[in-house]
Design a protein. Structure first.
Length: 399
């Protein structure tokens, strides 16, 4: 089947320039041709043609830090401890639809139980509509460590190795370690090295919740591939990240959303006030901007499922990255959410940019997100591997 999308502004993700008009030709699962700014290709007979004048075409987006088993509404500990497996599954199915309706076609789930692994299989079977899922299973933390109530607790190098093997056994694509929490470092160097060695031995990449210099440095020295959230990293940590090509997924929007809308979403007033105080002096977020300017490569993630961060909210993260000076333009932020995130995931040969020969993950925005970031909330159509799965802003079919 041939599909032709014509007349829209066009952002291919490979560069930050935006074309005024374009023609995109899809043949089956892949992009057959891209023509920009007034050139007119021959339209194959029998093609389905969409006239998208006034709209914008962008690549399918990545969310590299998601928690499909959480919904953003109730406390995370309550959901993790008290929700049944059946309820987790229902929430995951709903949240996957929200991802698609926000233009997210690929996600990396960083751990709540093993529901996202089941969702990945259900999607392959055509039972649920949703983005591609790459899942970490349960995150791994020390006994009593960060979010102990939602993770697999493991101690000592051999215990950590066993926990990594447990996640791989049930189908984890990535491994996530809670390297910091209330303490600046919650795992020893030997434990972190054991986790990284075991993950790599099985062909998996490994990332860490590491918001302090001490934990971040230890993870880098242990050979981790990625760090989550970022922090007020010092020059040594930033230098190691640049030297070793370790990417950062900054997740700047949760703090903003929780400080500004937490009371509406039922957060405790004390928790909201703490976030407001932090937002008044956001050293972590400024640290992310400093790391980016020093050459650290970023990928895009929202921490969706965390309090006040629904899975269909992409614009807030883009706006936050701009507000705190991480990127200068929406195009740079969207490049992080497409090309750069595909590189983190090892999918850049097929995904992340709109170029001939690549898989046709395409998002149509009913507006201009380069003039107004809020227009990212106006997703009109989404194609995944050439199939129309969102039309007029709503999911219309499974995958």
């Amino acid at each position: 089947m041939t599909i032709v999308l014509k007349g829209a502004r066009f952002f291919d993700g490979a560069r930050t320039a935006v074309s005024r008009s374009s023609v995109l030709v899809i043949e089956g699962e892949r992009i057959a041709a891209v023509v920009r700014d007034g050139q007119v290709p021959e339209v194959p007979a029998g093609a389905t043609v969409y006239d998208l004048a006034g709209k914008t075409i962008i690549p399918g987006l990545f969310n590299c830090h998601a928690h499909l088993g959480w919904d953003g509404y109730r406390g995370l500990q309550h959901q993790s401890v008290h929700d049944s497996a059946n309820l987790h599954g229902i929430k995951v199915a709903r949240n996957m639809r929200g991802c698609l309706e926000a233009g997210v076609t690929t996600i990396r789930d960083l751990g709540v139980h093993h529901t996202a692994i089941a969702a990945k299989e259900a999607r392959k079977l055509g039972l649920v509509a949703g983005p591609r899922v790459f899942a970490a299973g349960r995150a791994i933390a020390c006994t009593g460590g960060h979010t102990w109530w939602a993770v697999q607790e493991a101690d000592g190098p051999e215990g950590v190795r066993r926990a990594v093997r447990d996640q791989i056994k049930v189908g984890a694509d990535w491994i996530k370690i809670m390297a910091s929490g209330e303490a600046e470092q919650e795992y020893t160097q030997d434990e972190l090295r054991a986790a990284a060695d075991e993950a790599h031995m099985h062909g998996r990449k490994i990332t860490a919740h590491a918001t302090f210099n001490k934990a971040a440095r230890a993870c880098l020295e242990a050979g981790f591939d990625c760090l989550e959230h970022g922090g007020d990293y010092d020059d040594q940590v930033i230098g190691l990240m640049v030297e070793r090509g370790v990417r950062l997924v900054p997740t700047v929007s949760p703090l903003q959303l929780q400080a500004r809308r937490g009371l509406e979403w039922g957060m405790e007033p004390e928790a909201v006030e703490r976030r407001r105080r932090t937002l008044a002096n956001p050293v972590r977020l400024r640290g992310v901007a400093r790391a980016k300017k020093a050459g650290v490569k970023l990928a895009f993630g929202t921490d969706s499922g965390s309090p006040v961060v629904p899975h269909n909210e992409i614009a807030a993260e883009v706006a936050g990255l701009l507000e705190f000076g991480v990127f200068e333009t929406p195009a740079e932020a969207l490049q992080a959410a497409s090309r750069d995130s595909a590189q983190l995931m090892g999918l850049e040969k097929d995904l992340g940019t709109l170029e001939a020969g690549k898989i046709a993950d395409v998002v149509v925005i009913d507006g201009d997100p380069f003039a107004s970031v809020d227009d990212l909330r106006k997703v009109d159509m989404v194609f995944v591997a050439g199939r129309l799965v969102v039309d007029h802003g709503a999911v219309v079919r499974g995958l």
